[in-house]
Design a protein around this ligand. Sequence first.
Ligand code: ADP
Length: 595
Amino acid sequence: MKKNKMLYRIVAAVLACAVVALALVTYQSRSSSNAPVAEGAVTATGSAKGMEGDVVVEVTADATTIYSITVKEQNETQGIGSVVCEQLPDTMVAANSYNVDGIAGATVTSDALKEAVKAALTSAGLDASAFAVAQTSDAAVEKTAESLDCDVVIVGAGGAGLTAAAQAAENGAKVIVVEKMPIVGGNSLKATGGMNAADTKYQEALGITDSGVDEFIEDTMNGGHQINDRSLVTVMAEESSDAVDWLDAIGAPLPKVAATGGTTHKYLHEPEDGSAVGYLVEKLNAQAEKLGVQIMLNTEATEILTENGAAVGIKAESKEHNYTIHAKSVILATGGFGANFDLMASFNPALANAVTTNHAGATGDGILMAEAIGADTVDMDQIQLHPTVYQETGLLVSESVRSMGGILVNAEGKRFCNDLATRDAVSNAELEQPGAYAYIIFDQRIVDDLKSCQKYIKNGLTVSADNYEDLAKAMGLEGDAIQNFVDTMDTWNAAVAAGEDKEFGRSNGMDADLSTAPYYAIKIAPGIHHTMGGLKINTDAEVLDTQGNVIPGLYAAGETTGGVHGGNRIGGNAVCDFVVFGRIAGNNASAYAAN
Ligand code: ADP
C-alpha cells in the first residue's frame, strides 16, 4: 500500500507538470546502491535517444558494481516516459545491471535509459557486458493478503475509469481504483485529437449551428456502418454537451472546434493551446485525487467477486499483496484489447503481426473477467486500423493534422482518396497503394498550431523542405513522382481556394491551404488502433449477461464496452464515449451503492 501511495504521488506530481511536457527540462533523479563507493570507481555520462530527445545519465561504477545512476537530462512524455526515468534507475542499481525489464507502455524510454547507462559504463572504460545480466534475488516474495472495503471499486485508471471515479466521488461515494500499470492513463493518455460533442456552448460561440445532436448521431451511425447500438449512440450524443460543461467545471476546457475524419460537421472539441486531448487524464486524475479517490497503481484485477449473481467486489494483485476488495458496485474500465494479439488474431488472423498504437495494458482483461461471470459481448471482431501510423514505433500521427488541412499522397506523389473519410476507408485505400504506405503532408501553419506536429519534427519523424519539389525529393520520390507531387499540391491548394475537392469529394478540413513553407512529410501506414467490440451494456452502463439481463452491481464504460462505435469508430468519439459513459457509470454505480 505504502509503495502504491508513493507511486501515486509521483505520478500525480509529474502529471501536474504536463503543461510543460514539451518544454526542454533539465532533470535530475539519482538512485544509489547501499554499497559504499569503492576506491577506483569511475563516474561517466552516457546518452541515448528517447521519445522526446536525448536521455542523459551519469553512472558511477567499477568493474563489478553499479553504485549510482543519475538521470541528468530527459524530456520524455510526462506521466509516461518521465515515470521510467523515476523508476528504472532504482531497478538497475538493485539488479546491478542496465538490462532490466522496461516499463510496459514506455518501451522507447525504457530502452533509451538502458542504452544510456550502457554507454556511460563503456565511456567509463568499463566492460559493459559485465552488467548485461540482471542479478535478481531468488527469495520469492511472500504476498500478504489484504482486505479492503469501499462503495465503488473501479478497474482501470484510463479516461473512463478516472471519469467514473471523479463522478462517483463527486456523489459522495468512497471509491477505489486499481490500475495494473505503473502509470495512469492507458490509451487515453495517448489520445491526440479531441472530443466530439454536439450543441455545445463552444460551437455556439463560434457560430457553428449545423452540428447538432441529430447530425452527430447520424455521422456516428454512418461511420459505424449502422451496426452501432443506436440507443447508446443517442445517449452519447445527447449527453455530450453536458459532458463538455462538466469537463469545464473540473478545469479541463475544450474550447477549440474542428472537423474530424468521417464527419460532415464540426464536433471535435480540442484544448485551447493545441495540446493533445490526452491532457484530460491529468485533469481527471487531479479531480479524482482532490475528491479522495484511492488509486492503486501496479495493481491488477484478476476476478470479479459475486454474491447471488451480483458483483460485490474484485480480487486484485500487486507485487506484495493479494487483495480482496469488497464493494457495493464494480465498474470495469479496462480499455480495449488492441495489444492482445492472440485475442485479436482469434477474430482476425491477419492482425497477428500488425503494428499497434495501443499501450501494453490494452489486453481486454475486463472483457475476459466479465465473460467469466456470464457477461455478453458484442462486435468483438470489429477492430479498427488507423491510417496514419508511423510504423517504426507504432506512434499515431494525429487525425488533427488532416483536420487542420493536411493531405495524404502515395509513392507516386498523388492523392488517392478523401483524406478525411472514415478511418477504415482511408486505411483500406492506403493498403491498395504501391507499397501499401503513404505520406501525410502538412505545412508550417499546422505545425505552429498543433503541438503534436512540433513533437513529430523534434523526434525525427518528418522530412521537410522549403518548396514542394525539394520535399518530394526529401521523401525519396523519383522520376515523374516529383512533378506529380508538385502538381498534387497546386491542385489541392486550388481546391481549397475554390472550396471544392473535385477529385475525391473531401468536404472538411479545408479551411486553409498548404502554402506556408516549410513543408513536411511523414511516411505512414495503417496500424491497429481501437477495438470497437466489447462488453454489452445498456444506456445506464449496466453490463448485460448472455440472456440480456442486467448483472446487478456491474457497470462498464469506455473501450471495454461494445456497441457505441459499431464497425468503425469516428475520430473524437473515444473521448466522448469515455467521458459520457464514464459519468453514467460513476453516477449509477454510486447510486446503486447508496441503496
Ligand atoms: P478507456 O479509454 O476506456 O478508459 P484506457 O486504455 O484509457 O481505456 O484505460 C484502461 C486502463 O485500464 C489502462 O490504464 C489499463 O492499464 C487498465 N487496466 C487494464 N486491465 C486492467 C486490470 N486487469 N487491472 C487493472 N487495470 C487494468
